[in-house]
Design a protein around this ligand. Structure first.
Ligand code: CA
Length: 415
């Protein structure tokens, strides 16, 4: 796939996240209230205004004049394809619509970005082979690092939709119940081992009620976001057995401001790695269901310089989002428009490819070098920035930065 050229010059530069091939979906505001927009180059196309003027029509009722993409998602895959076709025709080099469309471009630099969709429910998985192995090696032993079910089930837990926030939102260090090493009793204190997790999130665009195949699950996915699953390791270590993470993961989950539609990622499909044991038939994939997306993590201390601390690829995952969605629905659990599925931490085989500080500092035992210091876990004032790109010939598909800054824990606990 090569670059589709636009009459907007900033969309044709090789380093933009948002060429005409991408067209990711977000929610923005300027002098007017939040509404749907599509990123193109360094601008945002105001699709709510295009719809109001009758230049863009997807349904017999407006779907873009609201501060979320759920109404558009609900129209289904044929409408999503129609949207891409209409917008591509408007923005392509030589378009006869340029003179009407250019009035509806808003500079990204002067806009505020909001949550791109209403999160119905949030489920987080544990699908990274290297991550599961690393964590299992640290907490159990390397010979039995993977739980016995791991090669058979895409393991997950039901998280919180209420604390999913958009990139740029500060994240307050949580208090929690933790049990310091060597202590007999737990204490209630701010987390001292606050961490990030590098993930991709799949956004469910159409609902289901009953079992679905992996192919049907793939067709239900509207798009993907970058996702940082903030994690308090000390709270997690004390609370997680036997029911899994609870408060350790409930503080916040940060997503990128742009949902990259599945269609934009189509040229970058890649298969899951060879199965180490055969999967049960309901989880077998009809084709490649992962994507070749290079992802990275940068850490910037308060008034310090940015260090890139991890680089890996979404293609490292053992289970794909359609497999996770199929498994999620297999119990009869209805899936809804706006459901968000976290991939699980994306780690690669080497130390430089690890997608959390827990792994990068090996449980705090091997401090990580950053510009001007070291880190085991996050300090107050640290900013974490996730980035991701699929790379085509002369263009790339990006998500925009997914950032969050850690602010100090509450000083006093309510009495
Ligand atoms: Ca996670």
């Amino acid at each position: 796939m090569t670059l589709r050229r636009s009459w907007l010059p900033s969309a044709n530069t090789p380093d933009t996240d948002f060429p005409l091939n991408n067209l990711p979906c977000g929610v923005f505001s300027d002098d007017l209230p939040p509404r749907c927009g599509i990123a193109i180059g360094d601008m945002i196309l105001d699709v709510a205004a295009l719809e109001a003027e009758g230049i863009l029509t997807l349904a017999d009722h407006p779907v873009f004049d609201v501060p979320f993409w759920n109404d558009c998602m609900e129209l289904g895959p044929a409408a999503w394809a129609d949207l891409r076709a209409q917008i591509t025709a408007m923005l392509a080099e030589g378009s006869t619509k340029q003179f009407v469309v250019e009035d509806h471009l808003v500079p990204m630099a002067s806009a505020t970005l909001h949550m791109p969709f209403l999160v119905s429910e949030y489920t987080d998985f544990y699908a990274g082979r290297h991550h599961a192995f690393n964590v299992g090696s640290m907490f159990r032993d390397p010979a039995n690092a993977l739980p016995p079910n791991w090669l058979h089930i895409p393991i997950g837990y039901n998280g919180r939709a209420s604390s999913v926030v958009v990139s740029g939102t500060d994240v307050r260090r949580p208090w929690g119940q933790l049990k310091p090493q060597g202590s007999d009793a737990p204490i209630f204190a701010p987390s001292a081992r606050f961490d990030f997790e590098l993930e991709l999130g799949a956004v469910v665009g159409t609902g289901s009620d009953g079992p679905i195949t992996v192919a049907q699950a793939d067709a239900m996915i509207f798009g993907y976001v970058l996702l940082n699953d903030w994690s308090a390791r000390d709270i997690q270590a004390w609370e997680y057995q036997p029911l899994g993470p609870f408060q350790a993961k409930a503080t916040a989950t940060t997503i990128s401001p742009w949902i990259v539609m599945r269609a934009a990622l189509e040229p970058f499909r890649t298969p899951t790695p060879p199965r180490e044991v055969p999967l049960l038939p309901y989880l077998r994939e009809p084709g490649p269901m992962l994507y070749d997306i290079a992802v990275s993590v940068a850490l910037t201390p308060e008034s310090g310089a940015e260090s890139t601390i991890s680089r890996t690829n979404y293609a490292e995952m053992y289970y794909s989002a359609p497999q996770q969605l199929t498994h999620h629905a297999s119990s009869g659990c209805p899936m809804a428009v706006g459901d968000l599925l976290g991939s699980g931490t994306i780690s690669g085989p080497e130390r430089a490819n690890r997608g959390s500080l827990l792994e990068l500092s090996w449980g705090g035992k091997e401090p990580l070098e950053i510009t001007g210091g070291t880190r085991t876990f996050l300090q107050d004032g640290d900013t974490i920035t996730l980035r991701g790109h699929a790379t085509g010939a002369g263009y790339r598909i990006g998500f925009g930065d997914c950032t969050g800054r850690v602010t100090p824990a509450l000083k006093d606990w309510p009495q």
